[in-house]
Design a protein around this ligand. Structure first.
Ligand code: ZN
Length: 143
């Protein structure tokens, strides 16, 4: 809003008429107590849970605590940095793209010996060979 001199005026004063209109309009959108209860229930259900589409893998073997998995992943990355070489095939990635920290048994222990540096294809192969993942729809746990 600007005044007659064209200066910017802070805030916006509603006329009584406008306020009435707004009140009426929002009244219609207000959920009933029943709906509110349902909404609260839903909120409680989703609270603290990640949306499946975002977390990705729905394979049963991945039912472990995703939050702790990713926090362990970032812990390894913080201490060891992003890998630039693959422990399996020796591939070197100068820009560190496609290099992952792979947890050997997917138990995500806070043990650095339990982690290996793998390129994307070895990571996939390793997890597949060790039956840690299913090949179909596999998305490596990248950090
Ligand atoms: Zn490799």
């Amino acid at each position: 809003m600007r005044d007659k001199q064209g200066r910017f005026v802070k805030g916006h004063i509603h006329t009584k008429e406008a306020l009435k209109k707004i009140g009426k309009a929002s009244k219609g959108r207000k959920p009933t107590p029943k709906q509110l209860q349902a909404l609260k229930k839903m909120w409680g259900f989703y609270k603290g849970k990640k949306i499946p589409q975002i977390t990705g893998d729905k394979h049963p073997a991945w039912k472990g605590d995703k939050a702790s998995q990713s926090s362990i992943h970032s812990w390894v990355k913080r201490i060891m940095g992003t890998p630039n070489v693959c422990d399996f095939c020796g591939k070197i990635s100068d820009n560190k793209v496609g290099m992952h920290w792979s947890n050997k048994d997917h138990k995500y222990k806070r043990d650095l010996n339990d982690w290996q540096r793998l390129c994307a294809s070895c990571h996939k192969q390793y997890d597949y060979d060790n039956k840690l993942i299913q090949p179909k729809g596999f998305k490596p746990n990248i950090v």
